[in-house]
Design a binder for this molecule. Structure first.
Ligand code: DC
Length: 222
């Protein structure tokens, strides 16, 4: 597809399929895929590597402002923390459990927003997260809000963990998803919400490829 150098922003709750869908759209139109959740995960990993608790705000903010550069390579498939590939490590359950505490610190968010805008400065980017349609790129050319029911999202996460051999129960995952939604939507800074001008894509009953096609259609119309 022949597209201009657009900035496209996609938000939505955990497990809605937004990462998979966004990554595929990026591949189809040859755009950079900017996964902002990976950036908060990378900060969480860095704090753990340095032995700094996510609750030690002063030290954590200092670390993020001075020693944390995040980049993407391989069209966004690889996440680099201070030039080292951390794509696998940031997906581990221990990072998953701590990342919301890190992501709610305003100074961490400010630094990440700065880095997200640096990464996206040349356009031809499709960014994905919780606040990219509302805070990071409020002027994005196109905005989407990808969502699905809690049960369906829990089922998807559970299957992912099962495939990786991680020991967990469905109930545990469902509770974690609900808790994460609660934290993401109620936090004071940059809570997850649908931007007024975002197009809703509900993936509860459609496949990844159908969601990708819907978005490609909207990009074409634009
Ligand atoms: O999408 P994800 O599960 O990889 O996101 C990891 C965490 O980062 C999750 O707790 C939500 C948070 N996050 C955020 O606060 N703002 C973003 N733009 C993206 C993710």
């Amino acid at each position: 597809m022949n597209t201009k150098r657009l900035t496209i922003a996609v938000d939505g709750p955990a497990g809605s399929g937004k990462s998979t869908v966004t990554r595929k759209v990026a591949e189809r139109i040859d755009y950079l895929y900017l996964n902002s959740g990976s950036m908060y995960r990378a900060v969480t990993l860095l704090s753990s590597q340095k032995g700094i608790s996510p609750y030690n705000k002063t030290q954590l903010v200092n670390l993020v402002q001075k020693q944390c550069q995040i980049d993407f390579s391989n069209n966004g498939k690889t996440t680099l923390l201070n030039r080292i590939d951390v794509s696998e490590e940031i997906r581990k359950p221990e990072i998953e459990q701590q990342v919301a505490a890190v992501a709610k610190i305003p100074e961490v968010r400010q630094e990440m927003v700065k880095q997200q805008r640096r990464i996206a400065q040349n356009g031809s980017v499709i960014a994905e997260g919780r606040d990219v349609t509302t805070v990071v790129f409020p002027e994005a050319d196109l905005k989407f809000y990808i969502t699905a029911s809690v049960e369906e999202r829990a089922r998807r996460r559970f299957n992912e963990f099962q495939a990786k051999g991680v020991d967990c129960s469905f109930e545990q995952i469902e509770n974690e998803i609900q808790e994460r939604d609660q934290q993401d939507k109620s936090r004071q800074h940059s809570p997850l919400k649908k931007a007024e001008d975002a197009i809703i894509i509900n993936t509860t009953q459609i496949t990844v490829n159908q969601a990708v096609d819907l978005i490609l259609e909207k990009i074409k119309e634009h």
